[in-house]
Write a protein that binds this ligand. Structure first.
Ligand code: GLA
Length: 386
């Protein structure tokens, strides 16, 4: 199924569900994409550089305003409901999926925005728990829904920051800004170079003739929350010991100078982040020149660094990446997202894309006994009202 058919299906589904569940027609339809990160992993919370793209897999919401402060949610894919009052937002321990919507409402109100209640039906084809930011897509769709229904003035960066605040302070995951930023601001056929310190970006075209292919290991992500927070702490320790605000402020030479005084684990974590920032900037130089061999080599080096220094890969991610490295027409392959399972991202010559998608699955399956999913993707626009 192509991407516009997939989106149409989701729209029909949520329209129908809104009528069935709440007896109303939508006043607005909102779509927020998932995301894939081409390079720049675990750099965002170190004030560094990332190069993600929004992808043509979406969370879609049909919304209808209410006269009171009630928010009623119906999740089509789970056939589950949850509701809350804007005047009294607490976590729902039973329907944990609704904590993203609750968190966004909470964060908007914390910033002083006046919200009105709404009825919402949602459905998604962003794979869940696969490292493609299905939860950030829900956050951004929710923010856009409130923005539309309540008539709020909110620019794309502010919207991303509010959604990050919801995730950090309400949901309790200390993520960086990358996912929310690119889902808010993504551009079709482009990746975004985001400076996570200044929160500015540059749109970088994905060269014609190469295809972004995502391979889902279908290894459920484990330990991701605790290990993620632990990595953050190790980076903060390194920055403090080297006397800088964030690892963004250091070069590999600086690190070499400080290396003897650092704990071995902290040194490895810092080496990943500092070299990864450099790889992002080199990628952004090489892409417009069409130097895909260089881009691919940088992606491969990123994987090795995440595997050996940052230690966030796993056997299944390594198997998928190694299977890709052996395929003809593959420029580069690496794990993408937080790690410990989830997906890999592959930059593949367009003429080899179909063969790649066909061949990689049995090779991976032979090594792991897991059946993978393969998504041939297009870089997509960020959150929008349809
Ligand atoms: C998760 C987080 C992001 C980022 C990546 C790793 O996706 O939500 O902020 O830190 O992991 O690059």
């Amino acid at each position: 199924m192509n991407s516009s058919n997939r989106l149409d299906n989701l729209v029909q589904r949520v329209r129908h569900a809104l009528a069935e569940a709440f007896g109303v027609q939508p006043s607005a339809l909102v779509a927020a994409p998932g995301r894939v990160n081409l390079i720049g992993e675990h750099t965002d919370y170190n004030d560094g550089f990332v190069l993600p793209a929004a992808i043509d897999r979406h969370v879609v919401m049909a919304v209808h305003p209410r006269q009171d402060d009630l928010v009623r949610l119906y999740a089509c894919d789970m056939q589950a409901s949850s509701s809350f009052r804007l005047g009294e937002i607490v976590k729902d321990d039973q329907h944990t999926w609704s904590n993203y919507q609750r968190g966004v409402a909470w964060a908007l109100q914390q910033e002083g925005y006046d919200l009105i209640g709404m009825d919402v039906a949602l459905s998604s084809d962003v794979p869940i728990a696969a490292g493609l930011s299905s939860s950030a897509a829900i956050e951004l769709a929710t923010a856009m829904a409130f923005q539309t229904v309540s008539g709020l003035e909110l620019d794309g960066v502010a919207r991303a920051q509010l959604c990050q605040k919801a995730e950090n302070e309400f949901v309790g995951m200390r993520c960086g800004i990358m996912d929310q930023y690119v889902i808010s601001m993504g551009q079709r056929d482009h990746a975004l170079l985001i400076d996570c310190r200044s929160l500015t970006y540059q749109a970088v075209p994905i060269p014609v003739g190469c295809q972004v292919i995502i391979c889902n290991t279908n290894k459920p992500r484990a330990l991701v929350g605790s290990a993620y927070n632990q990595r953050r702490l190790e980076c903060e320790t390194g920055a403090r010991q080297m006397g800088v605000v964030a690892l963004r402020d250091l070069t590999p030479d600086d690190l070499a100078t400080h290396a003897p005084s650092l704990d071995a684990i902290v040194l490895k974590r810092c080496r990943h982040v500092i070299t990864e920032n450099q790889r992002v900037l080199e990628t952004v130089d090489a892409l417009p020149q069409g130097d895909l061999a260089r881009v691919g080599a940088l992606m491969n080096a990123s994987h090795v660094s995440l595997r050996d220094d940052y230690e966030v890969s796993c056997a299944e991610l390594d198997a998928m990446v190694e299977a890709a490295w052996d395929q003809p027409g593959v420029w580069g392959a690496r794990m993408t997202g937080a790690g410990f399972g989830g997906c890999t991202v592959n930059l593949v010559d367009a003429d080899h894309a179909a063969a790649f998608a066909r061949e990689i699955a049995p090779r991976y399956q032979k090594r792991t006994n897991l059946e993978p999913d393969i998504y041939v993707c297009r870089a997509e626009q960020g959150v929008r009202v349809l």
